[in-house]
Design a protein around this ligand. Structure first.
Ligand code: NDP
Length: 245
């Protein structure tokens, strides 16, 4: 059982979608505290209010802003005293064919998805090294392996895999595991923007003929955040209904 009793976690982008499902699962598995670091403060507060007491903290955070991330880490350490688990989940997409993609679209996605993962990890790793324990789960995407219209997003998610595999090697001897989950077509607001005809085409491409649920994704994250995966580091776990590109 991936029991999180006594563990303190940070989930970026935890106000809604996959992140909110991860928060729910972590609380259900006994985490002592979960801090939501999210851009949308009121949504983060609404999510935190679903849980009794001060177990879930809502902290306004723009992961693409290094100083902001630093303050969030300080605030979390004041409240919890330590961070055992970091889930780098916050992510955005700004899709366009490469020939039409603006530099702004490129920058926004890279700054949020890749720099955000770097900033949060950089703030949390020294404490994990000091305590000799840490679990980092990075949310990549099946798009890391290439997807039309997503050069910026794909590049950011592929870089996250490189970061994951490198940190896994560098931090293994310090008691820290670093793994990635690559979702594909999970039902969230990010997917709801897709036109109906495209979503029917997508469903035909997925061997299981359905999209995944946020709870199914949260189960994969829980495995990598809990002690059942203590000898697992540097992997990319695809959660995709059998749809390999
Ligand atoms: P959602 O858009 O539903 O939720 C993302 C959350 O992250 C939102 O609360 C959002 O806040 C927050 N966020 C966005 N930018 C920032 C920022 N700069 N700092 C802090 N928080 C931020 O996304 P999903 O739940 O669908 O996706 C979660 C992760 O999973 C992402 O990394 C995504 O790339 C990845 N993924 C999702 C797939 C899917 O099928 N859904 C497939 C593959 C990967 P706000 O509401 O203010 O934007």
């Amino acid at each position: 059982m991936s029991d999180l009793k006594g563990k303190y976690a940070v989930v970026t982008g935890g106000a809604r979608g996959i992140g909110a499902a991860v928060v729910k699962r972590f609380v259900a598995e006994g985490a002592a505290g979960v801090a939501i670091w999210d851009y949308d403060e009121s949504a983060a507060k609404e999510t935190a209010a679903l849980y009794p007491g001060d177990r879930v903290l809502a902290i306004r955070c723009d992961v693409s802003d290094r100083e902001n991330v630093k303050r969030c880490a300080e605030q979390t350490m004041e409240a919890f005293g330590r961070i055992d688990i970091l889930v780098n989940n916050a992510g955005i997409c700004r899709d366009a064919l490469f020939v039409n993609m603006s530099e702004d679209q490129w920058d926004k996605v890279l700054r949020t998805n890749l720099n955000g993962t770097y900033y949060c990890t950089a703030e949390v790793v020294p404490g994990m090294i000091a305590s000799g324990y840490g679990k980092i789960v990075n949310i990549s995407s099946s798009a890391a392996h290439g997807n039309v219209g997503q050069a910026n997003y794909s590049a950011s998610k592929a870089a996250i895999l490189g970061l994951t595999k490198t940190l896994a090697r560098e931090l293994a001897a310090k008691g820290i595991t670093v793994n990635a989950v690559s979702p594909c077509f999970i039902e969230t607001d990010m997917m709801n923007g897709i036109p109906e005809t495209l979503s029917q085409t997508i469903l035909r491409m997925i061997p299981m003929r359905r999209m995944g649920t946020t709870d199914e994704l949260a189960g994969a994250v829980l495995f990598l955040a809990g002690d059942d995966s203590r000898f697992v580091t540097g992997i990319e776990l695809p959660v995709n209904g059998g749809m390999f590109t």
